[in-house]
Design a protein around this ligand. Sequence first.
Ligand code: ADP
Ligand code: ADP
Length: 228
Amino acid sequence: MIIMKDVYKTYPNGVTALNGISVDINQGEFVYIVGPSGAGKSTFVKLMYREVEPTRGQLMINNMDLSDLKEKNVPHFRREIGVIFQDFKLLSKLSVYENIAFALEVIEESPKNIRKRVMDVLDLVGLKNKARFLPDELSGGEQQRVSIARAIVNHPKIVIADEPTGNLDPETSWEIMKVFEEINARGTTILMATHSKEIVNSIKKRVIAIEDGLIVRDQHRGEYGYES
Ligand code: ADP
Ligand code: ADP
């Protein structure tokens, strides 16, 4: 599913963010990525949706070798990955419905299919009655639900979330975590970079800790392991 062998990432300014990472993640796993600020967590997750490319090393995702993925195959690759950000990244002038449908329209689904799939996914995140709202008219938790709906509408095999609860209050964060658990229960692999000690220590999953660009800990049902 995800195989990394000795992956390095050095940015053009000379900063080495990843220093030889090797890891295997199987289909259906739920993995937290933890570690101090600047450790390389974002770089690690950005490799997974090809926002950054490795400087060296091998990276296989969904049986595609990212080390020599051709530019023309990038859209196909990205269709199998859903990405969720701390700041939602919704299009502010489009309705909830349109924000999600957009992801399908670009792959030329029929209007009937689009409608069905958007409404199904809004149902899953509990926002069917807000399809016509604009993002600004929703709470932070609701906006994050929309971004989750958008990320999964193409039925990706992997969902990547970079600090998805970072802008949310604790109660809303728990609700969002329930949505991720539901998506995971349906077989989707989840990779989540997080600073939430409470979440990691309560909803036990695999924990990969990164420090100075290296994996320093990889535990089944692990602990957060830092003070905050
Ligand atoms: P984390 O997500 O754990 O805070 P990052 O992956 O964002 O860590 O950053 C790891 C290191 O790489 C840091 O030193 C950071 O300053 C540097 N870095 C991140 N993105 C870039 C970039 N686009 N250009 C140069 N350096 C970067
Ligand atoms: P670039 O390759 O220059 O990053 P893209 O058009 O691919 O340009 O990406 C535009 C924005 O969409 C970026 O902020 C990127 O982080 C985000 N993005 C890239 N891939 C995905 C994806 N599969 N799902 C959601 N957002 C994505």
